[in-house]
Design a protein around this ligand. Structure first.
Ligand code: OOB
Length: 537
C-alpha cells in the first residue's frame, strides 16, 4: 500500500479496539449520530432560527441544511466518492459551514488545513491523505490560493479537482457545479468523518482522523460544559479548521444546540470588537497572544462588549498574570482550555473559583477520559508531581493516520497517547501544564523549563510577550536566550537578571542573551513559534 492509494481511507486508520468501542457506546458517550445529523436535527426543530449571522449571507438553519445537502449532491456529481479525501483550505467565511457539512453529508472526508499553510504543508497533506480534490478560496489578503493550487496539482497528480470559492481563475468554480441529486449515502457513525492536522512542533504535520461518533461527543459534551444554548452567538475568531473553534464547542457545538455563528477572517481587536458588538456575540475562543492583545486593546477601542459571557483561552499556556487580566479588562468570564487535535480536552468549569480558573488549564471533559502522569520510565508519579501526560478515552485517537512507525512511539502498547506535555495534577483533577518534554533548555547539563522562565519574564513590568529558547553554545551545549517584546524601553540583560534573581530564580536559569523583537513569530493558529525563533538564533 502506498500513501497515495485512493481506494479506501480505512487503510492506515487506527480504529478504537472493539471492546472499548462497545463500552463507549453502552455508556452513552457514542450515540450513533453522524456530524451531519447535528445540523439536520436542529434544522428540523428550529428551521427559522438564524444559523449564520454574517451580513449579506445570513442563513437560517433550514437554509444552511438545504445548502449543505445541495453541496453534498454537487460534490458527488463531480465524481468525488464517499470515503475520498478533499483538502480544504478556507478562511473564516460563512461558506466554511456549508462546505464542511456538504462534505460530511456526502461521506467525503475533509482534510482541514489552515489558511496559513503553504506549499510544503499542503503538498505533504494532499499526498499523505491521498486527496482527490483541493478546495480553496480564491485569495486572502495578498495571497492567491489559485497559484498554490496550480503547483499542488502538478506535484500531486492524484488531486483531480481544484474547487474555488470566489473567482476560479483556471480552476473550477465551486458555485457553478450542479447541485441536484436524489440520495445521499448512509453514514456509518463509526467511520472517519474528517481529518485534523496535528499542531506538532517538530517535523511535518500529521493527520488525525476523527470519527462521527467521537467528534459528535467531543462537540456536544463541550457545549454542555460551556452551558451553550440556542441563545448563544459563537464567534469563530481562530481559524475554523482548528479543533478549538471547530468543536470545543465551537461551530459544531453551536449547531448542535441551535445557536448562531459568526465568522471572522481577521481577529484584530478592531475587527473582532466590531463583530462582537454588531452580532451580540456571547462566546468565542482565542489563543493566549490574542487574548493579551484584546485585553490591551480595551484601552483604545471603545466597542460595547457587554454581550460576551465567556472567553475561552487555550492552545498554549496562558500565564497567570495574563489570566488575571481577562475579567477586569474585557468584563467577561475566562475559561482555560487545554486541548489537542488528538482528542483530550480539559476545561476550567464555569463554577470553578477564580484561583483555579487563573492558575490551572482545566480538568478533563469526560468521566471516561483516562489520564496518567508518568515519569521518564513510564511509571506514575506521586500525586501532584510533574510528569508527562498520557491519555486515552472516547474521543482520543489510537494512532495517527498512515503513520505506523511514528505511532509505535507516540502511543503506548495499551493505547495511551503520549502527549509530550508536562503537567501536574491537583487533587481536584485540574491540570497545570508546566511545559513540553522537549521545550527544555539544556544548559551545561542543567535543565531549564522554558515555560517557567517565560512566566517570570512576563512579570517584568514593560514585558508584553516573552519567549525563552536554547541557542547552540560551544562550551555549554545550549545557552539561554530570552526574546522580549516590550512596551517601553528595553531592559538591559543586567536589569533582567537582577529582576529574576529577586524573584528567587536559580542562577543557571538566568538568560545569557537578551533579544528584543517587534513581535514574536506565530504558528498557523497563532501560537508562539519556537522553531522560527531558534532558527533566527
Ligand atoms: C490545541 O490543539 P493543537 O493540536 O493545536 O495543540 C495541542 C498542544 C497540546 O499538546 C499542548 O502542548 C498545547 O498545544 N496546548 C496547551 C494548552 N492548550 C494546548 N498548552 C498549555 N496550555 C493550554 N491551555 O491547541 C487545542 C485543541 C482544542 C482546544 C484547545 C486547544
Amino acid at each position: 500500500m502506498t500513501t497515495t492509494d485512493n481506494t479506501t481511507h480505512r487503510d492506515g486508520y487506527v480504529p478504537f479496539p472493539p471492546t472499548e468501542a462497545d463500552a463507549y457506546r453502552s455508556a452513552g458517550y457514542w450515540t450513533g449520530r453522524a456530524i451531519g445529523d447535528l445540523l439536520r436535527d436542529t434544522a428540523r426543530q428550529h428551521p427559522l432560527r438564524t444559523a449564520l449571522l454574517d451580513g449579506a449571507v445570513a442563513r437560517s438553519y433550514a437554509e444552511l441544511d438545504s445548502d449543505a445537502d445541495r453541496m453534498a449532491h454537487g460534490l458527488l456529481a463531480l465524481g468525488i466518492a464517499p470515503g475520498d479525501r478533499v483538502v480544504v483550505q478556507l478562511p473564516n467565511v460563512p461558506e466554511f459551514a456549508t462546505v464542511l457539512f456538504g462534505l460530511l453529508r456526502a461521506g467525503i472526508i475533509p482534510v482541514l488545513t489552515l489558511p496559513a499553510h503553504r506549499r510544503a504543508e499542503i503538498e505533504h497533506l494532499a499526498q499523505l491523505s491521498g486527496a482527490v480534490a483541493y478546495l480553496i478560496a480564491d485569495r486572502l489578503g495578498d495571497f492567491d490560493y489559485r497559484d498554490l493550487a496550480a503547483t499542488v496539482r502538478q506535484s500531486v497528480p492524484a488531486v483531480r479537482h481544484v474547487l474555488v470559492l470566489g473567482a476560479p481563475g483556471t480552476h473550477t468554480d465551486l458555485n457553478s457545479i450542479p447541485r441536484d441529486g436524489d440520495s445521499l449515502p448512509k453514514i456509518d457513525p463509526s467511520d472517519v468523518a474528517l481529518m485534523l492536522v496535528s499542531g506538532g512542533t517538530t517535523g511535518l504535520p500529521k493527520l488525525i482522523a476523527r470519527t462521527h461518533d467521537d467528534y459528535v461527543y467531543n462537540a456536544t459534551a463541550s457545549a454542555e460544559v460551556c452551558g451553550l444554548t440556542e441563545e448563544d452567538v459563537y464567534l469563530a475568531a481562530l481559524p475554523a479548521a482548528h479543533n478549538f473553534p471547530l468543536a470545543c464547542p465551537g461551530i459544531l457545538g453551536t449547531v448542535g444546540v441551535g445557536g448562531a455563528m459568526a465568522f471572522l477572517t481577521d481577529p484584530s481587536p478592531e475587527n473582532a470588537f466590531a463583530m462582537i458588538q454588531r452580532h451580540r456575540v456571547t462566546v468565542t475562543a482565542v489563543v493566549p497572544p490574542l487574548a493579551q492583545l484584546w485585553c490591551a486593546a480595551t484601552e483604545w477601542e471603545d466597542a460595547d462588549l457587554g454581550s460576551l459571557r465567556l472567553l475561552q483561552v487555550g492552545g498554549a499556556r496562558l500565564a497567570e498574570v495574563n489570566a488575571r487580566d481577562v475579567e477586569p479588562a474585557l468584563g467577561v468570564k475566562l475559561q482555560q482550555v487545554f486541548g489537542m487535535a488528538e482528542g483530550l480536552l480539559n476545561y476550567t468549569r464555569l463554577d470553578d473559583p477564580a484561583d483555579i480558573v487563573c492558575t490551572t488549564q482545566g480538568r478533563p471533559l469526560s468521566p471516561a477520559d483516562e489520564v496518567r502522569v508518568v515519569d521518564a520510565e513510564g511509571n506514575d508519579v506521586a500525586p501532584g508531581a510533574e510528569g508527562e501526560l498520557l491519555t486515552k478515552g472516547p474521543y482520543t485517537i489510537r494512532g495517527y493516520y498512515r503513520a505506523p512507525e511514528h505511532n509505535s512511539r507516540a502511543f503506548t502498547p495499551d493505547g495511551y497517547y503520549r502527549s509530550g506535555d508536562l503537567v501536574r495534577r491537583l487533587p481536584t483533577g485540574h491540570l497545570i501544564v508546566s511545559g513540553r518534554i522537549k521545550d527544555v533548555i539544556n544548559r551545561g547539563g542543567e535543565n531549564i523549563s522554558c515555560d517557567e522562565l517565560e512566566e517570570h519574564l512576563l512579570a517584568y513590568p514593560a514585558v508584553r510577550h516573552a519567549a525563552a529558547v536554547g541557542l547552540p553554545d560551544a562550551s555549554l551545549g545550549e545557552k539561554v536566550c530570552a526574546v522580549l517584546v516590550v512596551d517601553n524601553a528595553m531592559p538591559t540583560l543586567a536589569e533582567i537578571k537582577a529582576f529574576l534573581s529577586g524573584r528567587g530564580l536559580a542562577t543557571y536559569k538566568l538568560p545569557d542573551v537578551l533579544r528584543q523583537a517587534e513581535a514574536l513569530p506565530l504558528t498557523a493558529v497563532g501560537k508562539i513559534d519556537k522553531k522560527v525563533l531558534r532558527a533566527e538564533g
